[in-house]
Write a protein that binds this ligand. Sequence first.
Ligand code: ZN
Length: 115
Amino acid sequence: MNDYMIYRLALKNGMKPPEKKKPGKIARFSKKRQRANREYAEKSRPLWIGKHCAISAPGCTGTAQGIHHKKGKSSIELLLDERYWIPACNHCNTWCEIFPAEAEKEGFKISRLKK
Ligand SMILES: [Zn+2]
């Protein structure tokens, strides 16, 4: 019997129809990455809170709002590697993504492929 038939039968018998099963949530990050993200958040906070944006791209809002990752954060090693951290405002962080060539020229971006 399919779900619809079970539902109809339940109604007919004056029973509460069974609740529809909700699809399971898919985790955005693996457990390992979740732990790394937490570690990163704790470690990085003092490095940008109250600091000036170190990128100062055109349109910079001045105050750092987070960390820009010179080498991206595609791996846990890169996420946590403080050598590649730059305090940055959200605007400049986005600017580096939109203008990767300029960002690289200014030293705010290192290609992941380069050693
Ligand atoms: Zn900025």
